[in-house]
Ligand binder design. Sequence first.
Ligand SMILES: *Cc1c(COP(=O)(O)O)cnc(C)c1O
Length: 362
Amino acid sequence: MAHVKLHIPGPVEVSPKTFAALASPMIGHRGQGFKDLYAGIQPRLQALLSSRQLVYLSTSSAWGVMEGAIRNLVTKKVLNCMCGAFSDKWLDVSKRCGKAAEALQVPWGSPIRAEQVDAKLATGQFDALTLIHNETSTGTMSPLAEIAALKRKYPDVMFIVDAVSSMTAVPLNFDELGIDVLLAGTQKAFALPPGLAVFVCSPAALAKAATVADRGYYFDFVEFEKNAKENMTPSTPSIPHVYALASKLEEFFAEGLEQRYARQRQTNQQTRDWAARHGFTLYPEAGFESITLTCVNNGARPGGRTIDVAKLQKLAKERGFLIDGGYGKIKGTTFRISNMGDETPETMSTLFAALDDSMQKL
Ligand SMILES: *Cc1c(COP(=O)(O)O)cnc(C)c1O
């Protein structure tokens, strides 16, 4: 069957170069070869996240680390900041871990605002919070720096941040933000296949984790730190992914991070322009639109045009492109187009030519 190129917001399209890296010969995960591989990419991971902390590799999807963060860092009560499908789910996951948890729920498409977080933390009930920087289900970015600034006011609260669909697409300066956990899965903005998560913890998070009982083994942050010091992972990692990550990081730094971020903004602007040209409005609250994907309003909100999304998807697929038909309760009343990963102005133009043609045949 002909390949249908992915423009869904994860997994995203994986390049032949990355697939070739995945096919590197296997090595032992306790041998010097693996240690050299991990040691070789560690400085680049630290540069990517502007951190002096060791960056960990977890063979899991993002949810592994998202759940792990709850197990490692919550003893009193966690505040789950909720503005879409993924961030809403974190409340459920916290409860399933047996933790006391409370929602800070805002309407889908709205960002989380620092004042709202401040008001909740001021109650003194919480020792942790979860925040999704870029809520992929609604295409909404919350103001991370403003929220992170609250850490200075609440130093004992663990700030756990999911950057699954923003890491590598926007600058994330972990040490400067002062937050405690920053994590991502690799099938979104990294443009690697699913199956690996990348994360970093503050010294405070590691100190806290060491005092928390029942944090399990597979996602024990203390184990990750101990092993990372030796350029290893607690258990056998997906070594092909680590090769592919090395290849990807080489590309990021060859392009230059600033250029990469600029490309991301440019390809996102193209997507917004395409939507506007066809009479659509966007779903997120103005000013908080994601720059890695565009969530197009298709009747979820007043204003703008509406179309048969399933039909557009079908027509696009016949032309070799997969776009997303909306997530969860806004399926069909929104649709999403990803510009994450390796996409360039040229590849996006090819997509939009196919979508223009599809729109004519609706
Ligand atoms: C995709 C996504 C997740 C879940 O990732 P999995 O790989 O399915 O574990 C979590 N958070 C955000 C923001 C996402 O986009």
